[in-house]
Write a protein that binds this ligand. Structure first.
Ligand SMILES: [Zn+2]
Length: 246
């Protein structure tokens, strides 16, 4: 159903990443689909979120309309699904949970425990090229965070084993972080999305020891299995990455 970030737990923070098991949805959305408006029954999505929150001891999270951009949503109070476009959710309020939905894109959870600032970031290749995680770090620092204290957990995403891209995308991703994230294999170009984001974080002063990476590829992992937009040709559900600021 989900795994808990060990790095965050060590610092008393609850952050979780769901997989596709343990829900009530059927067919292409089987079973723990957490994305609304994709063709799954709305009541199933509501039930799935309630199950995940109960099992992970999380309050209902704030969510936004994700558009592969760099817009920021500041969150406080009870968690709701906002009808605003944002790929960075941020809070300075304890007891507030933030979540982003993904199905191949990279979910990133950030927190500075001492400063009391948390963020959830949706980083696909378009957001990564626009430096969405670097911008999230800047916004956290505006709220009192210190990059040297920030913990980062990068969740499951499509990994370089499966992320075939055109040369322009691979080049743009490499330029976004100042490191070559291309891999050439069998005449194809693959890109390492997580590596690009990791190097953006390092470039912002986040410590290597404070960055945790999921080993799973959403496209080819079977145990656990994940929703994969590319593998399932767009007809699939979403997993959730979530943090609660204590
Ligand atoms: Zn793979």
């Amino acid at each position: 159903m989900f795994y808990t970030s060990k790095l965050m737990a060590k610092h008393g923070i609850n952050a979780v990443f769901s997989d596709r098991d343990g829900g009530v949805s059927e067919g292409a959305f089987s079973s723990l689909n957490l994305g609304e408006g994709l063709g799954d029954a709305s009541e199933y999505v509501v039930q799935n979120l309630a199950r995940l929150c109960r099992a992970s001891a999380m309050p209902a999270p704030h969510q936004a309309k994700q558009v592969h951009g760099i817009q920021i949503l500041h969150c406080e109070g009870d968690g709701v699904s906002h009808q605003r476009d944002a790929d960075i959710l941020i809070t300075t309020h304890s007891g507030v949970a933030l979540a982003v939905r993904t199905a191949d894109c990279l979910p990133i959870i950030l927190v500075d425990v001492e400063a009391g600032v948390a963020a959830a970031v949706h980083a696909g290749w378009r957001g990564t090229v626009q430096k969405v995680v670097s911008i999230a770090i800047d916004v956290m620092c505006d709220k009192g965070a210190n990059p040297a204290q920030i913990l980062a957990s990068l969740g499951p995403s499509i990994a370089s084993c499966c992320f075939a891209v055109n040369a322009e995308v691979a080049e743009a991703l490499s330029q976004s972080c100042g490191v070559d994230v291309r891999l050439n294999q069998g005449g194809k170009v693959f890109a390492d999305l997580a590596k690009a984001n990791r190097h953006q974080l390092l470039g912002k002063g986040v410590q290597a020891s404070c960055i945790e990476m999921s080993p799973s590829c959403t496209h080819c992992s079977e145990q656990p299995s994940y929703f994969s937009h590319r593998r399932d040709c767009g007809k699939t559900g979403r997993q959730l990455a979530m943090i609660s600021l204590s």
